[in-house]
Design a binder for this molecule. Structure first.
Ligand SMILES: [Fe+2]
Ligand SMILES: [Fe+2]
Length: 201
């Protein structure tokens, strides 16, 4: 299998972990809100401030890795090569490229919702929940379409030379949240995701 396919699938898996962490963080904020309304102290481990920090870190991550490297490289290399070899795939390729634009809009909406919630606390949680769910659902839907339709199309339409250029482009991706390129600024989010997985296991 071309290295780029493995790399794309690996980046999708990791992105899925981030999206699940986003969903869980928003659920925890709702839990804190229920307890606040009931006049109870929040759980020691579910601090409002640390959850907001996590959300800001997730928004930042989406902008500096998937939106900056993963999606653009799909468009500039994988989609472009398939489009050249298989003109009949244009409609599907337009659809996935459009999903990249929608994702960029939805991450802006999520960013605004997190900021508004921080500013207007305790107001704004409903909007934040909706923005988070819209974003997460859109991203899972997008990755499923790529894995179920685009990658198989690439496998059937592209030759070794095509894949060489795509492999080369994706081999330069250095995810700042997972693996050997973990950046200090993402340490807290990384540990949160890894610990959450360990607890679930
Ligand atoms: Fe994509
Ligand atoms: Fe993708």
């Amino acid at each position: 299998m071309p290295n780029a396919i493995e790399k794309i699938q690996e980046e999708h898996r990791d992105y899925g972990r981030v999206l699940n962490a986003l969903r869980t963080a928003v659920k925890s904020l709702r839990g804190i809100e229920w307890r606040r309304q009931a006049g109870q102290e929040p759980d020691a481990g579910a601090s409002y401030k640390s959850l907001l920090d996590l959300l800001f870190s997730i928004v930042y991550y989406v902008r500096v890795f998937p939106d900056k490297y993963h999606h653009p490289k799909e468009e500039d290399y994988l989609f472009k090569a398939i489009r050249a070899r298989d003109p009949a795939s244009a409609g599907l390729l337009d659809q996935v490229a459009q999903q990249h634009s929608v994702g960029a809009r939805l991450i802006n909406e999520l960013d605004s919702a997190v900021k508004a919630y921080e500013k207007n606390y305790p107001d704004g949680l409903d909007v934040l929940e909706a923005a988070a769910e819209n974003f997460v659902a859109s991203q899972f839907e997008h990755m499923t379409l790529e894995e179920e339709k685009i990658i198989p199309l690439g496998k059937s339409a592209l030759n070794e030379g095509d894949w060489g250029a795509i492999d080369n482009a994706f081999s330069g991706n250095a995810d700042p949240l997972f693996g050997e390129n973990l950046e200090a600024g993402f340490r807290a989010l990384h540990d949160h995701i890894v610990n959450a997985v360990n607890v679930a296991e």
